[in-house]
Ligand binder design. Structure first.
Ligand code: TEU
Ligand code: CA
Length: 542
């Protein structure tokens, strides 16, 4: 890498440990399982792993409810396994990014166990408590992301505590100095183990002011992050990425402008909301508008072009699989999976691959509520049944958007349970594993995996991919997404047909070199080009 920070030059990979690789046949992925697959990840070419939570947890929200930040969930292994993972990854030039979940803890954390005992317990003020309003009424109308009131009554203290997620995820009181410093100490514990940084769960909520109904982007948010930076990772060669659902480009710049000493980058979600009804929830579906996608992604590319830094992603453990969502998981499965890879990985920023994306894993169709594990989908199912929706409507939404879609076990090979476990998997394996698996991808030089591998190599070997300016090609067909990257006199053109129908693209430049594409017989020339379904290519132009 020639310039910049290491995290500006790499591609990251997210592991959801429960579903990556089981090593002992209990049906649950674990840390030794991850270690056994590091060679695979090295072959892919990634520079870091965002590890979803592996801490001790009662798993009300699959590890996003932490009961001890400095202990490993026994199902996942031991602290010795964790140390070994960090060391083995480092040998392969892969850094481990820990998931920092500090907006809330589990209600089984020792702090909360103490806090709920009495109002004068020293830990009481570690959480957000309010008296009820009038006779036995909740303090206000704040809602939990998973449905229902964000307030739960605790009889032992005669007060309500705040939980912006499940009632087993009480919100920490960031206004309390002691809380903040306990968190910084815990972060330093992990930094001293040699990790590469942190992904910060719902970090934009920590400045909340519940009495004013403010949750995201509260007034103290950036002050806290600057304090955290100074007390922990600041001045060290670590990367941080904040999960910020409410970020606009202006806000993202505040987080990621190096002069402000906050975070390396944030995850922005504007594009993720493009297939939902304007005043609805994520469950209220609407088809994707490709012009809107072009507009939103281009806005972010341009706004953070010179100041700040972008993250690039289609997928994570909360989102449906991109090939099922906006691609085609039937006839054009491979073409659409590769098209989305090319479209995203040629942009400016740090790309994130979510486990299984690199082999085109798809959503898992469920037919009944008993097949659901995710707390968000389960709570929504019951709430919407009560509100009068039909089961069919609700299941349609869950099949489109439910979080279990991305959480089914990783598909390694064609043996039982896709090689994920020799036991009974904690969540159903997608039956299409016989077709879509790592083994088949590795055996095929034209696989989706090979496309991701090549895209990573292109980033490693071309400063243009990392640093080049971005410019959208205007006035193309609605479903054609085309842009230029320009760097030191060199220019690449990226063209993607985001549709299952043919589309025409007018290529004005002289073509010097074909860099990558998703159909084998591409012969890209100046002039009118008939793009086939989901066809994409990158060419060097003059
Ligand atoms: O997600 C934040 C969050 O708001 C999500 O719950 C999101 O709104 C939802 O999944 C979209 O449908 C983070 C984690 O990524 C998620 O897994 C956790 O459940 C949540 O925080 C609470 O820690
Ligand atoms: Ca296991």
């Amino acid at each position: 890498m020639s310039q910049g920070k290491w995290w500006q030059n790499v591609v990251m990979y997210q592991i959801y440990p429960r579903s990556f690789q089981d090593s002992n046949g209990d049906g649950i992925g674990d840390i030794p399982g991850i270690i056994s697959r590091l060679d695979y990840l090295q072959k892919l070419g990634i520079g870091g792993i965002w590890l979803s939570p592996v801490y001790q947890s009662p798993n009300d929200d699959n590890g996003y409810d932490i009961s001890d930040y400095e202990a490993i969930m026994p199902e996942f292994g031991t602290m010795a396994d964790m140390d070994e993972l960090i060391a083995e990854a480092k040998k392969r030039n892969i850094r481990i990014i820990m998931d920092l979940v500090v907006n809330h803890t589990s209600d089984e954390h020792k702090w909360f166990a103490a806090a709920r005992q009495s109002r004068d317990n020293p830990y009481h003020d570690y959480y957000v408590w309010r008296d009820g309003k009038g006779d036995g009424d909740i303090p206000n109308d704040l809602q939990s992301t998973f449905g229902g009131s964000a307030w739960t009554y605790e009889p032992a203290v005669g007060q309500y505590y705040l939980h912006l997620f499940s009632k087993k995820q009480p919100d920490l009181n960031w206004q309390n100095d002691k809380v903040r410093h306990e968190i910084y100490d815990m972060m330093n514990f992990w930094i001293n183990k040699g990790i590469g940084g942190f992904r910060m769960d719902v970090i934009d909520l920590i400045g909340k002011e519940p009495d004013k109904m403010i949750t995201g982007n509260g007034p103290q948010l950036h002050t806290y992050l600057q304090e955290m930076n100074q007390a922990t990772f600041g001045g060290k060669d670590l990367m941080t990425v904040g999960e910020t659902w409410g970020a606009t480009p202006a806000i993202a710049k505040q987080y990621s402008d190096p002069a402000r000493h906050e975070l390396s980058m944030v995850f922005q979600f504007e594009h993720v909301g493009l297939d939902q009804q304007p005043d609805g929830e994520k469950w209220d579906l609407k088809p994707l508008s490709v012009p809107a996608l072009k507009q939103v992604l281009s806005k972010w590319q341009t706004a953070l072009g010179d100041q700040g830094w972008n993250s690039l992603f289609w997928n994570n453990h909360d989102l449906p699989r991109i090939v099922s969502r906006w691609g085609d998981d039937g006839q054009y499965h491979d073409q659409s999976a590769k098209m989305f890879a090319i479209l995203l990985h040629m942009m400016k920023g740090t790309p994130y691959i979510y486990q299984g994306e690199e082999i085109g894993m798809t959503n898992y169709p469920i037919t009944s509520v008993d097949e659901i594990n995710d707390i968000e989908s389960i709570q929504m199912y019951h709430a919407r049944l009560k509100a009068g929706y039909t089961k069919e409507e609700i299941l349609r939404s869950i099949n489109a958007k439910g979080r279990d879609n991305a959480r089914t076990p990783m598909q390694w090979d064609t043996t039982a349970n896709a090689g994920f476990t020799t036991g009974t998997p904690w969540l159903h394996v997608n039956p299409n594993y016989v077709r879509y698996n790592v083994q088949a991808n590795l055996a095929n030089p034209h696989s989706i995996f090979a496309t991701y591998q090549r895209l990573i190599q292109l980033r490693q070997n071309n400063d243009l991919v990392v640093w080049g300016d971005y410019a959208l090609v205007p006035d193309t067909a609605d479903n054609v997404f085309a842009y230029y990257r320009t760097y030191q006199g060199e220019r690449w053109l990226i063209v993607a047909n985001v549709a299952a129908e043919d589309n025409v693209f007018e290529l004005p430049d002289a073509v010097d070199e074909h860099i990558i594409g998703n159909y084998d017989d591409q012969d890209v020339k100046t002039g009118q080009i008939e793009l086939r379904p989901f066809e994409a290519f990158v060419v060097k132009v003059r």
